[in-house]
Write a protein that binds this ligand. Structure first.
Ligand SMILES: NC(=O)c1ccc[n+]([C@@H]2O[C@H](COP(=O)([O-])OP(=O)(O)OC[C@H]3O[C@@H](n4cnc5c(N)ncnc54)[C@H](O)[C@@H]3O)[C@@H](O)[C@H]2O)c1
Length: 313
């Protein structure tokens, strides 16, 4: 069986170090490709040689000494460098005859760069999948399929931290994925808790005929990522980093005749490690069966545009 050769550029946490070959969960690009029979993890390239060596030793693959050397052996490239280097690395790797790139979010730090990357990848005909993680989680894919059963979207609230672009973009992408496009936005500056050029903002997003409010919490206090969505037939509440989901239905009150309440009907935990599995399966099906990418560069560019608008408060 033919296997696609994979190289990881950026041998840090999400590229290589969040897990090991015998971890129960898949938490890195390396592990995601290693565990899929259609791919062969070839090795790592990192500008920090120690990181390249550490990752190569951990995953028992090659430690490339240059990007050129790494790209000579790559069909598929994971781009897992820090946000500030996404543009530079995505631009450089598009010069090589590669078949697909799996890039970490955000696509770039600004819209000019995102525009250039989208144009370049279109021109070179290289599919670019962006890792907005929640899109690939099995339980959320199921939730999206049945979202119309909840009725009309009314209002929602989300809590996040670590910057509107760095982490808030995960929330914006996720609600766009579930509910559709954002038609209008407002924001107020709140504070900086992570990167100096990426404030946390209070935001109001109009979408799907309703409104979604984003409230930041300083990440030095706690890491928070929670969403509560109200519809006219139900409610979806996601807590604990959206790992715990509670589904409610609007039902007649058991106590007061003529009143309706949101009554809990189902609670479940989400298995996040399905995210990398589904992302890599999707990548294989894009390469072999012309399936659509689950998170396209255009999705990531759209989210970036929204974040940039919100930052200008
Ligand atoms: N999708 C998610 O849920 C999720 C989770 C964590 C991190 N991320 C994203 O992943 C990216 C990496 O985060 P991390 O925590 O793994 O960072 P990290 O700092 O642990 O690792 C990044 C590595 O990239 C290397 N690097 C920097 N510039 C390079 C270059 N030009 N070429 C090759 N290597 C280079 C660094 O030396 C470092 O080892 C970030 O963009 C972050 O936003 C996404």
């Amino acid at each position: 069986m033919r296997k696609y050769k994979v190289v990881v550029v950026g041998a840090g946490n999400i590229g290589a170090l969040f897990d090991t070959p015998d971890s129960k969960e898949i938490l890195t690009h390396a592990n995601a490709f290693l565990r899929n029979e259609h791919f062969q993890l070839m090795g790592f390239f990192d500008v920090d040689r120690k990181k390249t060596l550490e990752a190569a030793r951990r995953w028992q693959v090659k430690a490339y000494t240059s990007l050129d050397e790494a790209m000579e052996e790559a069909d598929v490239v994971s781009c897992t460098v820090p946000d500030a280097y996404h543009f530079e690395v995505l631009k450089k790797i598009a010069e090589y005859p590669i078949k697909l790139v799996f890039a970490e979010k955000p696509i770039t730090k600004n819209q000019r760069e995102a525009q250039e990357i989208c144009g370049l990848y279109d021109k070179r005909n290289i599919p670019l999948q962006v890792n907005y993680t929640r899109r690939f989680v099995t339980e959320f894919m199921e939730l999206k399929k049945k979202i119309s059963e909840y009725g009309k979207f009314l209002r929602g609230t989300g809590y996040y931290g670590k910057g509107i672009l760095h982490n808030g973009s995960h929330m914006i992408d996720f609600i766009r994925y579930l509910l559709g496009d954002i038609t209008d936005t407002k924001s107020n500056y709140a504070f900086i808790d992570f990167e100096k050029d990426d404030p946390c903002v209070e935001a109001e997003l109009k979408m799907a005929g309703g409104v979604f409010f984003m409230h930041p919490l300083d990440c030095s206090v706690a890491t928070l990522f929670e969403i509560d969505l109200f519809f006219d037939k139900g409610r979806i509440r996601m807590t604990d980093g959206c790992m715990k989901v509670e589904e409610y239905k609007v039902l007649p009150s058991e106590t007061y005749a003529g009143y309706y309440n949101y009554i809990s009907v189902q609670t479940y935990s989400v298995q996040y490690d399905s995210s990398f599995k589904n992302a890599v399966n999707n990548i294989y099906n894009v390469l072999e069966n012309k399936e659509e990418l689950i998170c396209t560069k255009e999705d990531a560019k759209k989210v970036l545009e929204i974040c940039k608008k919100l930052q200008k408060c």
